[in-house]
Design a protein around this ligand. Sequence first.
Ligand code: BF8
Length: 654
Amino acid sequence: MSDLEKKSIDPATIKMLKKAEADGCETIFDRADAMKPCPIGAEGSCCKQCAMGPCRVPAPKKKEGAAEKAKRMGLCGATAETISARNFARMVAAGTSAHSDHARGVTEVFLAAAKGEVEGFRIQDEQKLYQLAMDFGVEIGDRSIREIAIDVGHKALAEFGRQEGELLFIKRAPLKRQEIWRSLGVIPRGIDREVVELMHRTHMGVDQDYRDLLIAAARCSLADGWGGSMISTELQDVLFGTPVPVLGQINLGVLKKDEVNVVVHGHEPLLPEILVQVVQDHEIQKAAQRVGAKGINLAGMCCSANEILMRHGIPVAGNFLQQELAIVTGAVDAMVVDVQCEMQSLAQVSRCYHTKLITTSPKAKIEGAIHIEFAEQHAHDVAKKILMEAIQNFKNRKPNVEIPSETTDTVVGFSHETINYLLGGIFRASYRPLNDNIINGRIRGIAGVVGCNNARVTHDDPNLTLIKELIKNDVIVLATGCSAITCGKAGLLTPEAAKQYAGAGLASVCETVGIPPVLHMGACVDNSRILMAATAVVKDGGLGDDISDLPAAGAALEWMSEKAIAIGQYFVASGVFTVFGVTWPTTGSEEVTKLLFEEFENTFKGKWAFEPDPMKAAKLMIEHIDKKRKALGIDKARERVLFDMAKRRELEAA
Ligand code: BF8
């Protein structure tokens, strides 16, 4: 294996890494070689909560006695357990705040759109609005859409600043799950409150009991999954439409040599939605032609890409580790970023080529970028200004443009509602066929494989190897975020992929329903769709009465972001066995790690695991799924199905 092949399994990525090297342009892949992670920080043992430190309290090299252990502490006496739990909890708080601040922005625009105060935004999914109104206790009667939407917007906005009681979406969870949360005292009161309280608890000299800290972290994470993230998903669906299956294309090959290329990168779909409208504007297309381009090509990157891919079929240029490489093609005339997962190095890479890097959020500026601030009141003007910047920049392209040919067809847009319709039909939408196929063993279980890329491991490899192994073993995979883009590039997001990659049982179900073996469910906030799908499976019956009873597991083998830790924590706190790869941030404390990896199973009925090897991770997940099948008494059914398959193959061969 060449050095480049160790960096990525994606041919388009490798081609662009070669080009970057030839062009003398440094990327994250070079920096990953040059700078190793700090070992003390990596294990969660560095405390920088006050100016007497940073204190380093690393894990012992060998088993140490109680006396030696007691000496291992920071200046204030904080133990390895406290330091490790605090650092982990702060990751949860940061991740929750990112998803939830995104949600707040969406809610504000939703409210303005409901009131008719902003151009370009309007309620599109009335059915879902009614559902939300029911969840929020908003009267429907013969009231107008406008009135209902305004009330729903106010209710949603109040969830952030709520000081007491329970978040409204908590009631969506299975009853048994709600009871578990209530008994543990972890039902979030308000989204902001849980983040603020967790930041307070982890301040120097406050909560110094690692168990208590991790319970508080669970409560905060639930304010993400069943709060901020779920509000984002739901209101975005009402505003922009609930995704339904749509064709799309993924990878750097979606960029066009003879068109103005605009790549939209980040997370909040507000500006991207307007760009989708404005890019079709006759005047804009004409302006592009006037500078010698055939037209203007909008493409996405990371989670913004997932949002506009699944609602409009806008092509995706790549996932997290490809953001610099899109610019390396020399064909991106503007890269438009808002919040989260945008590398500061984009400014430097843009300088190697001709790309205009445009920041748009008042919360996220990058030195060296042009700032054109998004404001919903002037959304169309902002979008036009951005597109005109890109058009004017087309003439500045350097001669060394090289766009890799790789691009793959995909079918995306599997919202939880769509899965319902696809399985049950529009008149009797239901998860029944999925439950039946799990019970009869054709589908062994469900896995959510989500999250990032990480420059410390071969790009796309751990997630892809894991997912291929899962579907081969009849486990249907639900994917979001950068992991979903990985699947798209590898051709797993088409119904045809079932025949090629899935086990016979899963393939037969995919063939009957016409779905891929991996369902793209959206961006990272859309992990809330996975919670809803899991809840729908529980409520349909026959597979226990809680999410933790399901033959299901989760994974993020290439995680890197604090958001991923928040997501993992809310999955675990919702009863899911969740495996992370790359590195584990609490190895500095055996006790903290044991609590997360073992003891949580006694309380939350879900737990974490760390396994960087994708084949071993698949084995862990499948073993867990089989354990749950056995507990449900449906393990025998699967044995019969396997026997049937073997018999069928024998007959086919004969
Ligand atoms: O929210 S998967 S690298 S892009 S954090 Fe970021 Fe990770 Fe990608 Fe979207 Ni999610």
